[in-house]
Design a protein around this ligand. Structure first.
Ligand code: MN
Length: 330
């Protein structure tokens, strides 16, 4: 099998990391996949252009090197990070698109590498986490899900496939246990009582922004992490960029005021990938046509880098001290 090309735009890789195809992943630690899909959006589209925007949004050379000042690792060098290009996802055929993505993610997981999927609308979390669970076992992978919205709707416009429904599909199929589903950053005016009752029946744990503000994000994360690792072998991290306040992430399809700051999201992603046994990541809902000054694309690029850097630091094995000064003569 040859490498996926770019579905749209020039054939670039994430910050210049080496290309790969899915038939030769033997030495890969992390494989980046593009999921250029917006056929599941309920409102503003544009996320089909997300993967390319996330790959390129950076002011430094695309040289496959990014030394993290905070974590003292160069994830793109310390880990074998490869970019497989974009899975072909025709937004007019959601069923075929999600099947193709699930197979691609499964191939990465079966090779022992961590898939990092660049969305795409949030529909893709369903095939992403399913593809990993097919390898590690249904019910063996928990979910940490950053989002303004629960994404647990039953149907939308009469369809089971869409960006408001992936989390319900994952729980219904048994890929992810409802009681190992941790949602961070919910707010606003959706869903209604019926869906909330269904979520309660599944014993999902959802941290609404008011609780996060009252208790502090760190305390909520610590509590969520303990649930995520209980009786599970790995954790899937799904980051919907709309968890961040639209003032700091305007380029998205369903903006909801009053979210996390970009700093909070970056720190939270770092904690997830440093403290948890992460087996897959997706970063979704970046819609470049609605972005301004690439604010949202830059944030998503840094979310991916923060995840990679924390994975590299976790793999190095020595303890990380967040209070250590940058310029330490020792
Ligand atoms: Mn979402």
């Amino acid at each position: 099998m040859t490498r996926y090309g770019p579905m749209f735009g020039p054939d670039i890789t994430f910050l210049g990391v080496p290309r790969c195809d899915l038939s030769s992943l033997a030495d890969a630690d992390v494989v980046i996949l593009g999921a250029p899909f917006d056929g599941g959006t309920s409102h503003r589209p544009g996320t089909r252009f997300g993967p390319q925007a996330i790959r390129q949004a950076c002011y430094l050379p695309h040289d496959g090197s990014r030394p993290s000042l905070a974590l003292r690792v160069d994830a793109l060098q310390d880990l074998r990070v490869l970019d497989a290009g974009d899975v072909e996802m025709f937004s007019g055929d959601a069923a075929r698109s999600v099947a193709a993505l699930e197979d691609a993610v499964h191939r990465v997981a079966a090779a022992g590498a961590i898939p990092i999927v660049l969305g795409g609308d949030h529909t893709i979390a369903w095939p992403d986490a399913t593809g990993v669970a097919r390898e590690l076992g249904f019910g063996r992978v928990s979910m940490v899900h950053f989002d303004a919205h629960a994404d647990t709707g039953d149907t939308e416009f009469g369809s089971l496939i869409g960006h408001g429904q992936p989390m319900r599909r994952l729980i219904e199929s048994g890929a992810v246990r409802g009681d190992r589903f941790l949602q961070i950053g919910l707010r606003g005016y959706w869903p209604g009582p019926q869906t909330l009752s269904w979520m309660a029946e599944q014993r999902m744990r959802s941290y609404e922004m008011t609780e996060i503000v009252a208790r502090g994000l760190d305390e909520c994360l610590t509590e969520a992490f303990a649930i995520a690792v209980d009786e599970c072998d790995g954790v899937f991290l799904s980051v919907d960029v709309d968890v961040v306040d639209p003032g700091m992430a305007p380029g998205t399809g369903t903006p909801e005021p009053g979210g996390l700051t970009s700093r909070q999201l970056l720190d939270a992603v770092r904690r997830c990938c440093y403290e948890l046994p992460i087996v897959g990541v997706d970063v979704v809902e970046v819609s470049p046509p609605y972005d301004h000054a690439e604010i949202t694309a830059y944030l998503a690029n840094r979310v991916v880098l923060e995840a990679l850097s924390a994975l590299a630091r976790r793999r190095r094995g020595d303890e990380w001290n967040p209070r250590q000064p940058l310029l330490d003569a020792r």
